[in-house]
Design a protein around this ligand. Structure first.
Ligand SMILES: [Zn+2]
Length: 285
């Protein structure tokens, strides 16, 4: 059976109020706990959003602000679980651009959890206007599914339990995080997992691997030895977004793979390319 999404009263109220206050399309972020299927906060459109009769584009600054506030109030585990927006008339299903956008995000997050899409409609009758919220999920395959949801009190035991049990999410910051002193990708759970896997891959390929920290800046240093080849890789805090610095015989080396670096490459791929070709060494300018 499909798991019912729980939306707190305050989040549902914020959506309904924002939808009633705007005649055209409007919307905002949905913050919550993806694994527990819980939404605890809903964002407003924000000054940077585009609100038109048949279009809504959210304001990243407002989304960020909503997420920050929810994290401050309810814990670091809160993360973006999707977006809501209002549709004109009775058009209550997500449009194909809505689905493609959610699909891109589902692929980007890569955690297998569907991205939620909330659609709000207002139905006018001669006596009153009703506001409805329908919830959908878009998964990694781009499949759109209706998500049954239920409004619960903010202090509902299921919400409290979900908040208590939620695993902490790694910090996600969209701009300039690599300049922050406290940001080290391989010190958060996702980065650590990747490094552990990469080290195991190197050992499996016959490399003798030792890890240490560089004295002056505590950066992660990996020394890999196989046959008569010894390489030292120094990982920048943002690895694998940027490649490591590589040294052989105390000189930096620049294998060709670094010129087309992407986070899909690995330390193993670098060392492999170094053992296939004799790399060009050059002094640092
Ligand atoms: Zn839409």
């Amino acid at each position: 059976m499909e798991q019912t999404l729980l939306i707190t009263s305050s989040a549902a109220q914020d959506i309904m109020t924002a939808a009633r206050q705007c005649d055209v399309e409007t919307g905002g972020i949905l913050a919550g706990l993806p694994y527990a299927m819980v939404v605890v906060a809903a964002g407003k459109p924000g000054p940077g959003s585009v609100q038109a009769p048949t279009q809504f584009t959210s304001d990243p600054a407002e989304d960020k602000h909503c997420l920050y506030q929810a994290k401050e109030q309810l814990g670091r585990a809160i993360t973006a679980v999707g977006w809501w927006h209002k549709h004109p008339g009775k058009f209550s299903r997500p449009s194909s651009p809505d689905v493609s956008q959610a699909h891109c995000l589902a692929l980007e997050y890569g955690d297998g959890i569907p991205v939620l899409v909330g659609i709000v409609n207002r139905e006018r009758s001669p006596t009153r206007t009703k506001t409805f919220l329908a919830m959908y999920g878009v998964d990694r395959d781009g499949t759109l599914k209706t998500v049954p949801w239920e409004q619960v009190n903010d202090n509902h035991p299921s919400i409290q339990e979900a908040l208590r049990k939620a695993p902490c999410q790694p910090e996600v910051c969209s701009e300039g995080y690599w300049n922050k002193d406290d940001f080290v990708f391989y010190q958060n759970p996702v980065g650590r997992k990747r490094i552990t896997q990469e080290l195991a891959q190197l050992k499996q390929a016959g490399w003798s691997v030792t890890t240490s920290r560089r004295k002056q800046d505590r950066l992660l240093m990996i020394t890999a030895v196989r046959s008569d080849i010894k390489s030292t890789l120094i990982l920048p805090p943002e690895y694998p977004l940027n490649p490591p610095l590589i040294y052989q015989h105390n000189k930096p080396v620049y294998p060709e793979i670094l010129c087309r670096w992407s986070s899909l490459y690995s330390l193993h791929a670098i060392l492999d390319s170094l053992s296939c070709n004799t790399p060009q060494t050059r002094d640092r300018s």
